[in-house]
Ligand binder design. Structure first.
Ligand SMILES: [Zn+2]
Length: 268
């Protein structure tokens, strides 16, 4: 079984004590690819260096909307040049967050649009962070067309999901799906076309039910798969193959660059 964690902050300090063992355990359970989205410019150099250190580690570069105050005037220009020279997998994580109070919406919008323009010019997909802001995000995506991407930790409605899909996006499902009480989300995950689904952990945040209250980790991605299989009444192996193919397709990850994973291959 080969899984891709399409949203995992393995670069953050919560993983400083044991990053290598976390990655080792994630690989052991079949996580062959990890997409690591940036938060701010100061984190880009280390993120790029880390992702170059082993197979299946894919950086996205971007400026996260929640950390608005950390972004400088010339960070969009810096993003443009970093993308040209380092060619990350995607632009992210970017978007709009209207849930966190006191985050200036006009500044968020300007930051989001600037980064969409960069993604569009570089022909790169984007990793979206959207909270209580699906309408303005969808309106912006209709104006500034990018080559698709992923709406991470998706929690909107079915109509919103369809509009993202029409714009070339996949929808990321993570640890929230493993909680029985996430009835709306589980219903949505059951209803959506399977071609639209990708898996993620968002580690170290948003952990799975079996590790409630603990640091989240990419090694728990099989829990997300199991919950998705349960709500869709689907075969986990089949769902793993499809969601991994979806992630590869939308992010342009060719199967050949993923590390060989014979040990986890299903028996014939
Ligand atoms: Zn994130």
């Amino acid at each position: 079984m080969e899984l891709i964690d399409t949203h995992c902050h393995l670069d953050v300090m919560e993983f400083d004590p044991d990053r290598d063992s976390v990655l080792g355990r994630a690989r052991a359970v079949g996580v062959v690819g990890l997409v690591i989205p940036a938060i701010h410019r100061a984190g880009w150099p280390w993120l790029l260096e880390y992702c170059a250190s082993g197979p299946g580690l894919y950086p996205a570069l971007g400026l996260h909307p929640v950390y608005l105050d950390e972004h400088g005037e010339d960070d969009i220009r810096a993003l443009e040049s970093a993308i040209a020279t380092r060619r990350p997998l995607a632009v992210g994580e970017i978007g709009l967050d209207f849930f966190v109070r006191d985050l200036d919406r006009d500044r968020q919008q300007a930051l989001f649009e600037g980064q969409l323009q960069v993604a569009r010019a570089a022909n790169l997909p984007v990793l979206l962070h959207v909270r209580r802001a699906h309408e303005p995000v969808l309106a912006t995506l209709r104006r500034i067309r990018v080559p698709g991407g992923i709406a991470h930790a998706f929690s909107g409605g079915i109509e919103e999901a369809r509009r993202y899909i029409d714009l070339g996006f996949k929808l990321g499902f993570g640890g929230m799906l493993t909680f029985e009480r996430s009835t709306k989300l589980r219903r949505l995950a059951a209803e959506l076309p399977v071609e639209a689904l990708v898996l993620e952990t968002d580690a170290p945040d948003l952990t799975v039910a079996s590790h409630r209250g603990e640091r989240n980790s990419p090694e728990y991605l099989p829990d997300v798969l199991a919950s998705l299989a349960e709500v869709r009444q689907a075969d986990p192996g089949e769902l793993a193959a499809i969601t991994t193919a979806n992630a590869r397709a939308v992010l342009g990850i060719s199967a050949s660059v993923l590390p060989a994973n014979e040990a986890n291959a299903d028996a014939p």
